[in-house]
Design a protein around this ligand. Structure first.
Ligand code: 8OZ
Length: 373
């Protein structure tokens, strides 16, 4: 029987175990550049089978929150190189989550204070986090976006290509395309944010076109065996809505099946919340989704996420449903989560107050087992 501690291949990436660190926004990289504290944080967690970094904007336009690390300056690539070197020295594997927020941004974060871009000029209606000119932080309404011209989309794909190349230059083992949680790719996929009348809007096939073009661009650049994708079929995150999530995502994974991806990472339910949440008229069937992907020839690892604990993760892997499980909050508080699971040891509790922004507190000061008296 396969267990969560067994090795596994995600395409070209060999993992020592099936316990994955989920991408986690931590807002601790001023000037969009990874620093030494970020190196320590990832290095501490290198015993995960795979680390997926926090969302990493591919351009300034792709940026939606203060102090998240990017991939679009030489300084950021050098900063990430220190992270990947440290993780590799510890025998770990690490991919970066390439990210474009689309409408989930604020003019103060955008090039020349311009409007964020989106499939359609429909505000997300949520909040983002910015740094005021006086240095203080603030949660503010996301700014009204402008709709991308059809002719601009090739330029965004080029940004993804460059982001993927920068990730490889920075020493990452691959990338995860962030197609979840109400950001740009999901804004195209889901009806509530997409009222386009060109080939990127209307039918499911048209709404999925942008996602598939991003996948094709990135896999062509760095090889499909190093490319995963994160999906959240039913999440309401960042004001996103879809009444037929099963149809949309069945179509999408059927298309992804022939593309040789390294892994498919599925957030089940509302991101960070209710696992049974759906916006469709029936419960979402994640097993059906996986079966469609496999029937379409998909060989990527099936990675599941959202509220898993050791028992439910073991059940998911041992039953053959999932190839690996991604943990978010548990990895924030437990740098040695793999060892703790192996030992059935007690877990540290994550401190919500220090999730976003700040310094070492609540970031690199969670104790590993051997440092607990
Ligand atoms: C929490 C806070 C800010 C951003 C996501 C990248 O939801 C995020 C995110 C999460 O995917």
């Amino acid at each position: 029987m396969t267990t969560i501690f067994d090795p596994v291949k995600f395409g070209d990436i060999e993992l020592a175990n099936r316990i994955v660190m989920a991408p986690l926004t931590r807002n601790r990289s001023p000037k969009a550049t990874p620093n030494d504290l970020n190196v320590t944080y990832y290095e501490q967690r290198a015993t995960a089978g795979l680390l997926i970094t926090e969302g990493t904007p591919i351009t300034q336009q792709a940026q939606g929150y203060a102090d998240v690390p990017g991939l679009y300056s030489p300084e950021a690539v050098s900063g990430w190189k220190k992270v990947t070197d440290a993780v590799h020295r510890k025998g770990g594997k690490i991919v970066t989550q390439i990210w474009h927020v689309g409408r989930v941004s604020h003019v103060s974060l955008q090039p020349n204070g311009g409007a964020p871009v989106a499939p359609s000029a429909i505000p997300a209606g949520g909040k983002t986090y910015i740094i005021n000119p006086d240095g203080s932080g603030a949660f503010v309404e996301t700014s009204a976006p402008r709709a991308l011209e059809t002719a601009e989309i090739a330029g965004i794909l080029e940004d993804y290509r460059k982001g993927a190349r920068a990730a490889i230059d920075a020493g990452f083992d691959g990338v995860e395309i962030h197609a979840a949680n109400g950001y740009l790719i999901e804004q195209f996929l889901k009806e509530g944010a997409n009222q386009r009348t060109d080939q990127y809007g209307g039918s499911i096939e048209n709404r999925a076109r942008f996602a598939l073009e991003v996948v094709d661009t990135v896999t062509k650049e760095i090889g499909a065996g190093r490319v995963g994708i994160r999906l959240s079929p039913t999440t309401p995150a960042n004001g996103i809505t879809e009444t037929k999530p099963q149809e949309v995502y069945n179509y999408l994974v059927n298309e992804l099946g022939s593309r040789g991806l390294s892994f498919i990472h599925v957030v089940e339910g509302a991101t960070g919340g209710d696992r049974d949440f759906t916006q469709g008229d029936k419960p979402f069937d994640y097993h059906e989704l996986k079966n469609i992907y496999r029937k379409a020839g998909g060989t990527g690892a099936w990675v599941v996420n959202n509220g898993y604990i050791k028992d439910s993760a073991e059940q998911a892997v041992e039953s053959g449903y999932a190839d690996a499980v991604a943990f978010g909050k548990l990895f924030i508080a437990n740098p040695d989560l793999v060892e703790r699971f192996k030992d059935n040891a007690a877990l540290n509790e994550p401190d919500k107050a220090t999730f976003y922004g700040g310094g070492a507190k609540g970031y690199t000061d969670y104790p590993a087992l051997e440092t607990v008296a």
